[in-house]
Design a protein around this ligand. Sequence first.
Ligand SMILES: Cc1ncc(COP(=O)(O)O)c(C=O)c1O
Length: 384
Amino acid sequence: MAFDFDKPIDRSATRSGKWADPELLPLWVADMDFESPPVVQEAIAARAAHNLYGYDRLPENYFPALQGWFKARQGYELKEDWLIATSGVVNALHLAVQALSLPGDEVVIQPPVYHPFPRAILNSGRQLVTSPLRRVESRYEIDFDDLEAKFARRRVKLFILCNPHNPIGKVYSRQELKTIGELALKHGVVVVSDEIHGDLILPGHEFTPFASLGGEHLNNSVIATAPSKTFNLAGLGTSNIFIANPGLRDQFARFGEGLGLHGGSLYGFIACEAAYRAGGPWLDELLAYLQGNAQLVQGFFKAELPEIKADELQGSYLQWVDFSALGLDDEALEALMRERAKLWVSPGIQFGEGGSGFLRLNLATQRSRLQTALERIKAAVRGQ
Ligand SMILES: Cc1ncc(COP(=O)(O)O)c(C=O)c1O
């Protein structure tokens, strides 16, 4: 390995939100305990050394770096005019909801799902409509009859898809995406596809970007991407939104302009360009390391706590684990982790319907820390 993901990193001297409570080992927010790739560090350091931080233009190679990355890693051809930079995907989701629907309109999501989705809808004065994923053994499936019924409602204008799906770690198949796309076209619903975890696909799984469906599907979508999860750049507030349909793009862009927004930041653009231009080898090693962590966690629960079930992790570094066999309510489960195991985890209930009894564990940390976390979970559960 050329990159050392086992290197212990003390983040206590920074203002890391993840590590805000020194008493707890954090496995919650989606931020990794790994340094960003050396190419990113070097690009930022070179710019920082200039000591003057005025208004910069986008790096010349910004779009070519994006285009090269999405072609090589995700298999589709970006066009420059699709691109709108925003200062984060959550920001872009709020913009999309407000630009592409009217107050009182309805927006569909599939819980359990990333908790800012409902916030983006409700904060915007729109109505939330859920089409919960169906749990089948230890996997999730889309209930297409229910999804179609929801899309058919008169005021439903948008659907926010999460692919890979946080918190359950599922990567949707091309067939699932096509069916979603066809139902959306049939009922006049625009698909907003949050693909922020789209580069974090574990070996053995295949990611289908919504844009790669092409044609009418591409024309009916807003694709939200960012280098922030992939390369651990969340603090730099940079995301790239792709909207192929000129009408939708214009609505989205004009709405942002009307709020005086201009996306991204000096260092965000520099980091993004460097990561997409030259971060591939680092990412390949990261993915192998994350797969090792997922195997460790899954193997541990099977061998040591077989009543607790960890789902297969296909994409992202967020492991979904079913603790319902412990028979605890959500508050007691979180308290067990916080007070006995001294772990900061994400309660499943935070992600809405279907999340009760689950915890989401962030595996993007040094393996030795993960091992400590697992031992603490075991001691807390067995010592109950
Ligand atoms: C699905 C999803 N979308 C968006 C975000 C956050 O994106 P940003 O920091 O760019 O707002 C996250 C972070 O965990 C996420 O999991």
